[in-house]
Write a protein that binds this ligand. Sequence first.
Ligand code: KMH
Ligand code: ZN
Length: 271
Amino acid sequence: MEKLIITAALTGAEVTRETQPNLPITPDEIAEAAYQCYLAGASIVHIHARDQEGNPTQSYEVYKEIKEKIEAKCNIIFQPSTGGAVWHGPEERLQPVELKPEMATLSCGTCNFGSDVFMNSEEYMEKFASRMKELGVKPEMEIFERGMIENAKKLVKKGLAEAPLHFDFVLGVPGACPATPEDLLHMVNAVPEASTWTVAGIGRHELPLATMAILLGGHVRVGFEDNVYYSKGQLAKSNAELVERIVRIAKELDREIATPDETRKILDIVR
Ligand code: KMH
Ligand code: ZN
């Protein structure tokens, strides 16, 4: 089995300090959290920037500062969000791609997102995919519902993305696909051959789905964006604590952990 890629989703757009007092918000805090996750065994960091008031922002400048601060500490793969927050428009969301990061997320369809709607029309997807292709940014296809896999395949057919694709199944978002083991298997069985995939289980689903992914040969995403708890009622101390637990479980299950350079090889990322 391939070595395990662990992505740490450090901040997200929705979590606040009220729900998770240790949420990294400033560029310095985000860079330090990324470094701690790197030391723990993560090879990718999924980043959402925040402004000085702590609100989600897709500002090129803020992402640039975070990218530079992370790069000064370690060689973890920097993966900014192009999902942003539900109220961000497409142009705003695309800004961090202009930094030519090694990877960026690309949401593959519209879905409910709690009481909001997360808008990803075909026009948005094509715009995001073609800009990433032009700039040599590897997209991670964010999949919140089964039909979104077909949308991702369509981008390949149109020449806007290159196979093999790398998918992230985000399961358990209220209003979108639930996070049962059957849901994960349904997704895994639907991706084209040679694809790679990771899973981000939301809330209490994070750990069971991560363990399934370790066993199935997939990859794992953990972090405060998806889950702020270590166990029921007990908040995690840090993003790194969640990464450390995945490393321990993977080792028990005989799955080695990929370094950032090994992850670049697995995902065919050319630096
Ligand atoms: N915050 C969500 C609305 C991504 O980062 O690409 C979208 C999101 C997906 O988090
Ligand atoms: Zn995100």
